[in-house]
Ligand binder design. Sequence first.
Ligand code: AMP
Ligand code: MN
Ligand code: MN
Length: 353
Amino acid sequence: MSGTPGAAGDLLTGPARTGPDESDWAAAVAAVRRLPADARVLLICHVNPDGDALGSMLGFGLGLRRLGVRHLQATFPGPPEVPEPFRWLPGLDLLVPSTKAYPDPDLVVCFDAASESRLGELVDRLDTAGDALVLDHHASNTRFGRVHLVDPAAAATSVVVDELLTRLDVPLDAEIAQCLYVALTTDTGSFRFEATTPAVHQFAARLLATGIRPGDISRQVFDTRPFGAVRLFGEVLGRARLEPAAAAGNGLVWTYATQDDLARHDQRPYVLEALIDSVRCTAEADVACVLKQVGPAEWAVSMRSKGAVDVSAVAVALGGGGHRFAAGFTGAGSAEDVVRSIRAELDGALIAR
Ligand code: AMP
Ligand code: MN
Ligand code: MN
């Protein structure tokens, strides 16, 4: 899950960029409105999709369907496996494996992806598509499309989706609301993070007013996992290490999970996404990291900060991206190699500040 608190004002990556202006919104609306009746539209969210990526993409897809778009696909790079917690989402019938995605759609729309690298093997669609729309909320977004609706102040990409659907005169219904609610709760940590503004609660109120059931949704998305994952978490948390002197004395806590750990407990990689939440609660550390092995010498790294460190600056320096308090990158070498590179960047980041 991508905890994505108050994204505005990255201390180390320059001043916060402002959100879309009226001409951006108008261009996005026009890109949808001018689609011919037989247009093929391809929706893409980032690799290893989280609740915001899937919820924003499927919610927008359902909206396009309501507008009468008939040739519509949703996809993401990598294996076409939807994490179990999201397997009930409305709009899943739009999903196709990346290998089956339109090679040259009339319009491609990207969701919650800060950079092209997050689109994996689907990145070529940015060139082959007739038009390319980017919906996102990462301050580090590299503006890789043609029309960009990127709002670093938005708590989730679903906030941007909601605004675009409103401008397209698509009424909010319970199915769209379920998708956008999953996205919103995922990225605000269930309304706990800094980005939880009055506007976020007002958005949530509109979603709930469609009759969706927040208790059921939260249980499925956040509070359900196989017993094997519970045992796996126990093992991985048991090997967590606390380094109080790291990050210039602000403290670092980290752990790692290998592919062998997953195999021993018969678990799928996505169960590890929730691990960071059990690590970042460590009182003695400002920064928390979880290294998830994705290849023999390759690790998907999740980082969280309580505020002293801008982890997006660390992630960007190491080839990734994210937000001030929640970021990630892909690291190479042993787990110890990757942690060494993080330690070095953490010290550098704090000195720069
Ligand atoms: P995660 O730890 O996977 O929940 O990701 C936290 C935040 O960092 C999210 O906003 C992600 O979009 C971003 N992020 C994670 N991994 C990467 C990466 N390899 N490249 C760019 N951004 C990333
Ligand atoms: Mn995401
Ligand atoms: Mn997001």
